[in-house]
Design a protein around this ligand. Structure first.
Ligand code: NDP
Ligand code: OXD
Length: 315
């Protein structure tokens, strides 16, 4: 029998049941308290599970042993200047999550490549237009900014459609059919060959606002930008300017600097932008709960944790 431990769930109270039910089923030796709903003594919390906990909160948990992120991206934890750095942060890595992200990226890459928006307009105008120059995937160059867990699967799925692929990362990669560009010294060359640019970077000090006017100017004319990483990667005004000038042909956005996207945002109604409300992948709470329960079991058994964030790198 293992000693009981206590987990603090830091999510909006109305959604808490999505995780408390599977946590109770999966770990009978775990007491779960929900922040904002249950009374608890901060000194008694062993583990925390959340997405964007309020800054300073984790530092008040003096017995905290491990923090589990409900997301693959952990910027919501690292913006906290008081994050207790002696406590490991485990991010969510999951095959189904990567698969959904890949579906979204393939779908939007194909929508842009096949000019579906133009045919939507023809339909609205009841115009039968077949005289459209053919486009071959072999001629369309897709560039993936951030070719890690998710970016690699996106590349593999796009490779099945014969796109010309490249990835940009900090370290050199060897992925079949994907040209590797590494570091800021190779960014301009990578951008210059990317007709469709997909952002799958973690949001860090080094990548914030990487999608800006200078970046867009380095893309070929009529390039397309797909941002599925974080809103903080994109300078929204620069994107609108590059679309309005005619340099960029279109954009797909799933993430925004401010979420929910304010009604007043010009992005909502821009004719060259397709947007979705941060739903490129919707993770299964049961899988997230299992991920945390497995991590707790590893920690209790003295085994090394998996997918631990490197605080120095920021991801
Ligand atoms: P990984 O950590 O596995 O991959 C990150 C990639 O970015 C790596 O290739 C890494 O390079 C590269 N990278 C990081 N910093 C730099 C830099 N400064 N310069 C160049 N390359 C850099 O992350 P995931 O693939 O799991 O997730 C990526 C992001 O996707 C998440 O952080 C999150 O923001 C977003 N996301 C969005 C979702 C949505 O619903 N919209 C859902 C899930 C994730 P290297 O390999 O050399 O380390
Ligand atoms: C994530 C997300 O980071 O859903 O997993 O945005």
């Amino acid at each position: 029998m293992t000693a009981r431990s206590k987990l603090l769930l830091a999510v909006p109270v109305t959604w808490a049941g999505l995780w408390t039910t599977p946590l109770a089923e999966l770990a009978s030796d775990l007491d779960v308290v929900v922040q904002g709903r249950d009374e608890y003594d901060p000194k008694t919390i062993d583990y925390a599970l959340g997405f964007r906990p309020e800054p300073g909160m984790l530092a008040t948990l003096s017995s905290l042993k491990v923090v589990f992120s409900l997301g693959a991206g952990v910027d919501g934890f690292l913006i906290d200047p008081n994050y207790p750095k002696h406590v490991p942060l485990v991010r969510f890595v999951d095959h189904q999550l990567s698969r959904e992200m890949a579906q979204y990226c393939v779908m939007h890459t194909l929508i842009h490549h096949r000019q579906q928006r133009m045919f939507d307009q023809f339909q609205r105008e009841k115009k039968w237009r077949q005289s459209v120059p053919p486009r071959r995937t072999e001629d369309t160059r897709v560039g993936i900014l951030g070719i890690g867990e998710i970016g690699t699967m996106v590349a593999e799925r796009l490779r099945d459609h014969d796109f010309r692929l490249a990835g940009w990362s900090r370290t050199r990669k060897a992925i079949d059919g994907v040209e590797s560009f590494a570091g800021h010294g190779e960014l301009a060359k990578f951008l210059g060959r990317s007709d469709i640019l997909i952002c799958l970077l973690p949001l860090t000090a080094d990548t914030r606002h990487i999608l800006n006017a200078k970046t867009f100017a380095q893309l070929p004319k009529d390039a397309v930008v797909i941002n599925v990483a974080r809103g903080g990667h994109l300078k929204e005004d620069d994107l609108i300017a590059a679309l309005d000038s005619g340099h960029l042909a279109g954009a797909t956005l799933d993430v925004f600097e401010t979420e929910p996207l304010p009604e007043s945002s010009a992005l909502w109604s821009h004719p060259k932008i397709m947007l979705t409300p941060h739903v490129a992948a919707i993770s299964d709470p049961r899988v997230m709960a299992k991920n945390a329960v497995d991590g707790i079991a590893r920690h209790k058994a003295g085994k090394p944790l998996e997918n631990v964030v490197d605080f120095a790198r920021g991801y």
